[in-house]
Design a protein around this ligand. Structure first.
Ligand code: HEC
Length: 231
């Protein structure tokens, strides 16, 4: 190439790169579905089925938002394939994954979940980033210690699995599970255990999600049997 053509060449290259970077073709950003069952897990592996999916169902997959029937903006957050494909998750790359980007938005019109719902906590957002950084696999690890049946353990289970659907800002079905007194009251009435055990006559909870793992139900039952300690 002659000297005189070099600046033109570089300008064209820059323009082309700029054009490609700004082009917003969603099809090109979608990672192919990872059919990785996630067998090779370690102690610090994030579990999609028991940790990430319940968060998404409880904070995003409610009626009018991202359940299968509503599918707002085409996004459905009710199972692994739908999460990967419709929320444009790019394995190992949280910052380019739409699922993660929307959690960090500071503009309330763009942030998910939308106000009046509270944003996800820093710990929940960090967990989603770790899951994507580990490859966004369809892992299924049950982590439970049934010897610890404090109210703290119960509240963590409720926060992570019942989340936004039963917050004080938006208590679906009129059921508020945001604090000790409300959780105790719903457990004493039999409604909470009836719904998570899928007993006849109760709405099956978490709505639209997987049944809680047996060990998590055991923790709530042990807490109730021990007299609803507030510890
Ligand atoms: C995606 C939203 C969503 C999630 C997640 C969810 N719920 Fe619900 N819940 C509802 C709705 C909506 C109702 C009202 C009844 C219905 O539509 O089935 C309800 C009703 C209930 C009721 C009243 C049931 C009855 O038979 O009267 C209880 C108790 C309850 N939920 C507990 C829970 C618990 C505990 C969890 C977590 C383990 C949970 N829910 C997770 C949306 C949700």
């Amino acid at each position: 190439m002659k000297m005189i053509h070099k600046p033109i060449f570089f300008t064209l290259t820059l323009l082309t790169v700029g054009f490609i970077a700004c082009k917003h073709n969603p099809q090109e950003e979608v990672t192919p579905v990872l059919n990785n069952p996630g067998n090779n897990t370690t102690n610090d592996s994030v579990s999609f089925q028991t940790e990430i999916l319940p968060l998404l169902v409880g904070n995003c997959a409610m009626t009018g938002c991202h359940d299968a029937a509503s599918a707002a903006e085409g996004v459905v957050l009710n199972n692994y394939n739908n999460v990967i494909n419709t929320a444009k998750v790019i394995a190992f790359n949280p910052n380019n994954s739409e699922l993660y980007e929307v959690l960090l938005e500071t503009d309330p019109d763009k942030r998910m979940p939308r106000p009046p719902a509270a944003p996800l906590t820093q710990a929940q957002i960090a967990l989603i980033a770790r899951w994507i950084n580990q490859g966004a696999r369809n892992t299924n690890i049950v982590r439970c210690d049934t010897n610890t049946f404090t109210f703290g353990a119960v509240q963590t289970i409720i926060n992570n699995n019942c989340g936004g659907c039963h917050s004080s800002a938006n208590p679906q079905g009129g059921i508020n599970l945001s604090d000790y007194n409300n959780i105790k009251q719903q457990t004493q009435s039999g409604k909470l255990l009836g719904s998570i055990n899928h007993l006849p006559g109760n709405s099956a909870m978490p709505k639209g999600g997987n049944k809680l793992e047996a060990c998590k139900i055991t923790i709530i039952q042990k807490w109730a049997a021990a007299g609803y300690l507030n510890n």
